[in-house]
Design a protein around this ligand. Structure first.
Ligand SMILES: NC(=O)c1ccc[n+]([C@@H]2O[C@H](COP(=O)([O-])OP(=O)(O)OC[C@H]3O[C@@H](n4cnc5c(N)ncnc54)[C@H](OP(=O)(O)O)[C@@H]3O)[C@@H](O)[C@H]2O)c1
Length: 334
């Protein structure tokens, strides 16, 4: 019964995939999608039973926004942890960009939070999901995220991990934190098991900053600078993969940070150490008007051990990140 259902479902997936080559062809795939959705309900019930008996790697894991930077890194981390490609459902507005994973056996599907009708077929058969927050320019984010959460639950997903924002843990409700806080509340109220991956600011953005310091030979540091627990995108992906592929993370919030608080002085010191070039650190005029708030704020001055706790390896320091990108830094310093 389960085998017949799976075969039938696979046939419909192929039907869906053939039709997914162009967004313009979307409406012509409606019948295919409806058929897939109906079949998936039966499959989800039997797949969930098998999962309970066999352990977490038999979960069928959805990654939303799978073609984005964090999405791709998370897929690689899941595969590195031994999750079979056939257990991955990679959803994107551009599923053709994920063909390398389709070749490995992953299911790659079209899904767009702003087209809710695309989501039932996209999520069919999934049991766990990584909901990657969409960018701020993509319309009201909490509403878009709610559409994804509702569709995932309707498709049978039992556990959703969401890429949230670390400042929430320190009570920030403004700016960027507002969208993430609203999404966290929607997720908690939905009744599905949740995990909040409260990511800090990506340390990767420090590479061009360090390159500029090296090119200039100096940096000016404001007196009241807030130091931030920057985390690499790679560590965010590794933490997400750990949560998706191992048990015990239901209804937990994790602060996904680097190992240290970093300001301009620390960036300059690490860039100098890795490149061998001096960077003069200048104190800003205390009477100068404050710059724009940007990401900085005391609520980002957070470090935790959660990356190491989840992944079993230490969170990446800024110096290690720079060492791995030495050529980029040296190119700027020449
Ligand atoms: N911690 C930080 O410093 C930081 C910095 C920037 C952003 N972020 C947040 O973290 C998220 C992931 O970061 P990233 O570096 O991977 O960003 P990214 O490369 O820009 O990826 C964003 C992903 O969001 C997905 N997306 C956008 N609009 C969508 C829609 N309408 N429906 C479904 N999916 C949609 C895209 O998926 P597809 O293209 O595959 O459909 C894209 O892959 C960002 O979206 C943002 O919310 C965090």
């Amino acid at each position: 019964m389960q085998t017949t259902s799976m075969r039938s479902w696979a046939k419909d997936l192929r039907c869906w995939a053939r039709g997914s080559r162009s967004r313009a062809a979307y409406s012509r795939r409606a019948t295919c999608a409806l058929s897939l959705t109906i079949l998936a309900f039966g499959t989800v019930v039997s797949a969930a039973t098998a999962t309970d008996a066999q352990g977490p790697t038999s979960e069928r894991i959805i990654v939303s926004g799978a073609s984005g930077q964090l999405g791709r890194l998370t897929v690689k981390e899941l595969l590195a942890r031994g999750v079979p490609a056939r257990n991955l459902i990679l959803v994107s507005r551009t599923p053709d960009a994920l063909s390398e994973y389709a070749q490995l056996g992953a299911s790659t599907r079209y899904g767009d939070f702003s087209k809710p009708e695309s989501l039932p077929a996209a999520y069919a058969g999934g049991t766990r999901m990584l909901l990657i927050s969409i960018g701020g320019g993509a319309g009201p984010r909490p509403q878009a995220h709610k559409r994804a959460i509702d569709a995932a639950i309707a498709a049978g997903v039992k556990h959703i991990a969401y890429t949230s924002y670390v400042a929430i843990s320190r009570g920030d409700t403004s700016g960027l934190a507002s969208d993430h806080l609203q999404t966290e509340e929607i997720l908690k109220k939905s009744g599905v098991a949740w995990t909040m991956l409260r990511n800090s600011i990506y340390a990767d953005i420090l590479i061009p900053q360090a390159a500029k310091m090296l090119a200039d030979g100096h940096v000016t540091v404001p007196a009241n600078e807030n130091r931030i627990g920057y985390v690499t995108r790679q560590d965010c992906a590794a933490a997400a993969a750990a949560v998706l592929s191992s048990p015990g993370h239901e209804n937990q919030a994790y602060d996904i940070t680097g190992p240290e608080l970093i300001g301009q002085r620390e960036v300059a010191a690490a860039a100098s150490a890795v490149s061998g070039k001096p960077i003069e650190v200048l104190a800003a005029d205390p009477k100068a008007p404050p710059g724009p708030r940007g990401f900085g704020g005391p609520a980002l001055s957070v470090t935790s051990t959660h990356v190491a706790d989840l992944t079993g390896r230490p969170a990446t320091s800024v110096r290690t990140l720079f060492a791995a990108n030495k050529e980029k830094l040296l190119g700027a310093a020449r």
